[in-house]
Design a protein around this ligand. Structure first.
Ligand code: PEP
Ligand code: MN
Length: 258
């Protein structure tokens, strides 16, 4: 049995949690412009990848540690809470030292019990909220195992993110959603908040609204969405990022079930 405590940092906004921001922190101008625009449309939680787990080498692997200072400044300037991905203890230590409020675990890391255990060990004694993406393969036990490792290390303020699952070949989705797996997780651990990441599920701008709507009709507590001030120029995931203005339109058009 996994003990879950509420994440007060994630106070509901209109009853749903909306976390938005670029796939990656790229440059000072990109991250500040995006953050200010998101704050202006009422976003309270800002995401940005600092260390990027790229499928292939020789692609942009994140700005690294120096980007943490930008997150700190964004927090101070806008009052938004900030979150970034951690994949090893060194990331945890650096992110927490820089005042990152919430950590997230990427899909490839959730799938790795050794990495998860190391991260859980490095979080011992802290009370940091952690969002755990589903593993890339459709294995609910791996997802639960990652949550359990955190719980056994004393990290009780956790939530899950459904970001879809890898499949081979061309499909409508970049990562196919398996709504039943998230629903099963919800019925096994009802107090665990589950967010939906329509950006990594869809892989394209047009799919953000329909996937978000499907999630809002279901058991989801909120959305985790990629937004960039100039998506076409993004250094990672450029096809799926939307501008803050487009995000604002999507949020207005969503029929949210409270
Ligand atoms: C991301 O959120 O940018 C990311 C790398 O996600 P995932 O772990 O879902 O691929
Ligand atoms: Mn991304």
């Amino acid at each position: 049995m996994i003990e879950i405590k509420p994440i007060e940092e994630l106070r509901d906004c209109n009853g749903k949690i909306i976390i938005a921001g670029p796939c990656s922190a790229e440059s000072e101008s990109q991250i500040f412009e995006t953050a200010l625009q998101l704050s202006n449309i009422g976003i309270k939680y800002f995401r940005a990848g600092i260390w990027k787990p790229r499928t292939r080498p020789s692609t942009f692997e994140g700005i690294g540690e120096s980007g943490l200072m930008w997150l700190k400044q964004i927090k101070e300037m806008t009052g938004m809470k900030v979150t970034t991905e951690v994949a090893k203890p060194e990331h945890v230590e650096k992110a927490l030292n820089a005042g990152v409020d919430i950590l997230w675990i990427g899909a490839r890391t959730t799938a790795s019990p050794f990495a998860m255990q190391e991260i859980a060990n490095s979080l011992k004694g802290t009370d940091t909220p952690v969002l755990v993406k589903n593993p890339i393969n459709p294995d609910i036990e791996l997802w639960i195992g990652a949550l359990e490792r955190l719980s056994l290390a004393g990290i009780k303020r956790v939530a899950a993110i459904h970001r879809g699952f890898s499949t081979y070949g061309d499909t409508k989705y970049r990562n196919t959603p398996i709504w039943e797996i998230a629903a099963e997780l919800h019925s096994m651990i009802p107090q665990l908040p589950i967010l939906c990441d329509p950006s990594h599920i869809g892989g394209s701008r047009e799919l953000i609204l329909p996937i978000s709507q499907k999630a809002m009709n279901g058991i989801y507590s909120g959305l985790f969405i990629e937004s960039h001030c100039n998506p076409d120029k993004a250094l990672s995931d450029n096809k799926q990022q939307i501008t803050p203005v487009e995000l604002s339109e999507i949020l207005k058009n969503l029929n949210i079930n409270l």
